[in-house]
Design a protein around this ligand. Structure first.
Ligand SMILES: NC(=O)c1ccc[n+]([C@@H]2O[C@H](COP(=O)([O-])OP(=O)(O)OC[C@H]3O[C@@H](n4cnc5c(N)ncnc54)[C@H](OP(=O)(O)O)[C@@H]3O)[C@@H](O)[C@H]2O)c1
Length: 317
């Protein structure tokens, strides 16, 4: 039976679709723009069913669900742009996808949540993801929620954004919030593996599984590892988040592909660690470290790519 992947042209979606195809699963990829998706999924585009659907438009979702046994739901936005809101896409969009799945008789639902997501938080992004998961958890579907810390790997947004900002800031770089916030960066390959294993894992049904890498790293350590991976050098200057806020607001207002938003900046101060790491404790995996050859891809960022991304919101890497 077919597995539906929402957000299939996105970072995790793209990797997941390719892996499912390699494993021989029939895949339907739900995307907003078929032509763009064919380009991003070009290696497997002829082996999958690509359908257009928008999670904010309930009517567009029913056709995507026909003949589907499981849904992997990835669609979410990290920044509010072009009229898309956290509430509309992350929360109501998940409600719409789940309702469409239930109406079509789909049994299994894998929801990509987020470490730290909780409905009652003051951070609007995390709250929207938390409310979405609360709706999934209250459903009658056989659901599993995965809650990764920050995900790294070629084409990631979070760590590549630091690498791009480094490219355009010579000599000195801000040690954001003093660099003390803790993260547990997790590899995209491990996250996708956990998603795919969950599909056939009855022990994962009804569970929220947090996913992290093998190490807890402060933001300062992460910045240093990125600088080292890029074979470069910067003086790290401790900078309170409040001091960066005006600069971020200007970037948001002027750059079509602004690398950061005010609401994401706040999250850099929120701990993003995974005390009970399901990659190890549930899936029995050995997580890939944020180190060495695994982060060598950060070196691929060029000034040209960086400007294309910031000024035109181009897809790079
Ligand atoms: N990346 C991380 O570090 C991280 C960490 C923890 C959790 N997560 C979660 O993992 C999931 C996937 O993240 P990602 O990094 O793969 O994000 P991504 O690359 O931004 O992919 C999200 C996809 O959602 C699609 N989308 C946006 N609005 C839509 C709408 N209204 N209707 C239909 N599709 C829409 C986008 O389509 P277009 O291509 O058309 O824009 C994009 O392909 C998200 O739920 C995220 O919260 C990510």
């Amino acid at each position: 039976m077919t597995i539906l992947v929402t957000g299939a042209a996105g970072y995790l979606g793209n990797q997941t679709v390719k892996k499912l195809v390699a494993l021989g699963h029939p895949v339907r990829a739900m995307v907003r723009n078929r032509a763009k998706a064919r380009l991003r999924l070009r290696d497997v585009a002829d082996q999958i069913d690509i359908v257009e659907g928008d999670v904010t438009n309930r009517d567009s979702l029913a056709p995507a669900m026909r003949g589907v046994s499981a849904v992997i739901h990835y669609v979410a936005i990290a920044m509010e742009k072009r009229g898309q809101t956290y509430d509309g896409v992350n929360f109501q969009g998940t409600v719409n996808v789940l309702d469409a799945a239930e109406a079509a008789g789909v049994k299994r639902f894998i929801n990509m949540s987020q470490n730290g997501a909780r409905a009652d938080l003051p951070y609007r992004f995390l709250a929207s993801k938390g409310r979405a998961q609360a709706y999934v958890a209250a459903s009658n579907l056989q659901w599993t929620a995965l809650r990764p810390s920050a995900i790294f790997g070629p084409q990631d947004e979070f760590f590549n954004t630091f690498a791009r900002l480094l490219k355009v800031t010579p000599l000195v770089f801000p040690l954001i919030g003093g660099g003390v916030a803790e993260f547990q960066p997790v590899s995209v390959y491990d996250v996708v593996e956990a998603v795919i294993r969950s599909l056939d894992d009855d022990g994962a049904i009804g569970k929220e599984l947090a996913l992290g890498g093998p190490e807890v790293l402060t933001l300062g350590e992460i910045e240093r590892r990125i600088i080292e991976a890029m074979n470069t050098w910067r003086l790290l200057l401790p900078t309170p988040v409040a001091l960066l806020r005006p600069a971020v607001k200007i970037m948001e207002a002027t750059l079509p592909g602004s690398p950061v938003s005010a609401s994401l900046l706040e999250l850099l101060a929120v701990p993003n660690t995974v005390p009970d790491n399901a990659l190890v404790n549930h899936f029995g995996m050995q997580p890939i470290p944020f180190a060495g050859e695994h982060i060598a891809y950060l070196r691929d960022n060029t000034i040209g790519d960086t400007m294309a991304k910031f000024l035109h919101n181009a897809t790079v890497n």
